[in-house]
Design a protein around this ligand. Structure first.
Ligand SMILES: Cc1cc2nc3c(=O)[nH]c(=O)nc-3n(C[C@H](O)[C@H](O)[C@H](O)COP(=O)(O)OP(=O)(O)OC[C@H]3O[C@@H](n4cnc5c(N)ncnc54)[C@H](O)[C@@H]3O)c2cc1C
Length: 336
């Protein structure tokens, strides 16, 4: 019987992260089609094993391995790698999956190196045909969709998945067996020490996990003008992004930048307001499921790449959209 190991991640409040749920449910469907067992490893500080048992059980996990220790509160590649590699050695899994994140960006190449396993990062889809793993991923700034095949002899096969690109169906819940992985770290031998972590105060929806994003470009003209984006975002539960031109002009902070030198996002709906559609912006949002563009120039390149386009002034369109969304969703409008 084959084993699928998923490295799951938790959110700040120690719940299983939304992208991890997407990977786990997808892995469950693959496990069912090949009579495989689904095991997940969660590493972190002060993890609640009962809560994680329920949450991973809801994703159809057979076995939950928890490595929880105060030394794991902050991500430290050196310590996390030791635990990850030990669990891989113990389980000898056929497949190892995770969310494409800063954590897996460190751990998966290391695991591929140490196990001599094949690796595909930032994938957008996966199927399993017997023991052949088929992967879809975008390349060259979303200009090319590539299909990869891991040879069936390759073991393990490692893949990380871009948040919001996997669309798993609901799976049958299970009661996972819970195993505690003991963590013994010789702090003195560590080459990396985390001295301080500054967390954002913001309670806004995270851009990389958001299902809906509304972004403003150079046309916004000022930070004050972003108010209409935040108000509209509030109504539809969206995160607010920006183009690099808007960031470079000082209208929005860099943490909001979407694109080649900003964040890569894959929401269900991306609304681009006053954004021309440069290839570097597209590199960060081209895998969005539905793209809506609002631009007053009918020849703006974004109109060649979007699903729906509105040719008009964004400052005229957005207040109307906001009201229509609120009516549709039965929400009361609050002016900020
Ligand atoms: C190495 C490199 C990396 C880069 N990385 C990124 C990146 O990560 N992200 C990114 O976004 N860019 C990036 N860029 C920059 C990119 O090439 C573009 O310059 C940038 O995306 C343009 O931003 P924009 O569309 O907001 O501005 P513009 O290109 O100036 O477009 C503004 C648009 O707003 C429209 N408009 C104006 N007023 C209104 C209005 N009132 N209502 C409606 N529409 C209006 C205009 O018609 C125009 O189409 C990068 C460039 C390089 C060279």
């Amino acid at each position: 019987m084959a084993n699928i190991l998923v490295l799951s991640e938790v959110s700040l409040d120690k719940d299983l992260s939304k992208p991890s749920i997407q990977v786990l449910k997808t892995a469950r469907a693959l496990a069912d089609s090949t009579s495989s067992s689904l095991i997940t490893l969660v590493i972190g500080g002060s993890l609640d094993s009962n809560k994680l048992k329920d949450q991973t059980g809801f994703c159809g996990v057979d076995k939950l391995i928890i490595a929880s220790d105060t030394s794991l509160e902050q991500f430290n590649a050196e310590i996390y790698k030791k635990i990850f590699l030990k669990v891989i050695k113990d389980l000898n899994p056929d497949y190892i999956f995770g969310v494409n994140s800063t954590i897996t960006g460190d751990l998966f190449p290391a695991a591929s190196f140490h196990t001599n396993g094949g690796l595909a990062m930032d994938c957008t889809d996966v199927t399993l045909d017997g023991s052949t793993l088929n992967i879809t991923k975008t390349m060259y700034s979303n200009k090319v969709i590539s299909k990869l095949k891991f040879s069936s002899e390759q073991k393990p096969k490692l893949a990380t998945f871009r948040p919001n690109t996997l669309m798993p169906k609901d799976v049958q819940a299970k009661t996972p067996e819970v195993i505690t992985e003991t963590v013994s770290i010789d702090q003195g031998s560590l080459k990396i020490k985390i001295k301080e972590v500054k967390k954002s105060e913001s309670k806004e929806v995270s851009l990389t996990e958001a299902a809906i994003i509304i972004s403003g470009g150079r046309a916004m003209g000022s930070w004050d003008n972003y108010k209409i984006l935040f108000e509209t975002a509030d109504v539809i539960g969206a995160a607010v992004g920006a183009s690099r031109a808007a960031v470079d002009s000082g209208y929005a902070p860099h943490k909001m930048q979407v694109g080649q030198t900003g964040k890569t996002v894959s929401p269900q709906l991306y609304i681009a307001c006053g954004i021309s559609g440069a290839i570097q912006h597209f590199a960060g949002m081209g895998s969005s499921k539905v793209i809506v563009a609002i631009n007053k120039d009918p020849n703006a390149p974004i109109f060649k790449k979007c699903d729906y386009g509105i040719v008009d002034d964004l400052f005229k369109v957005l207040p109307i959209l906001k009201e229509e969304f609120a009516k549709l969703l039965g929400k009361e409008l609050v002016s900020k």
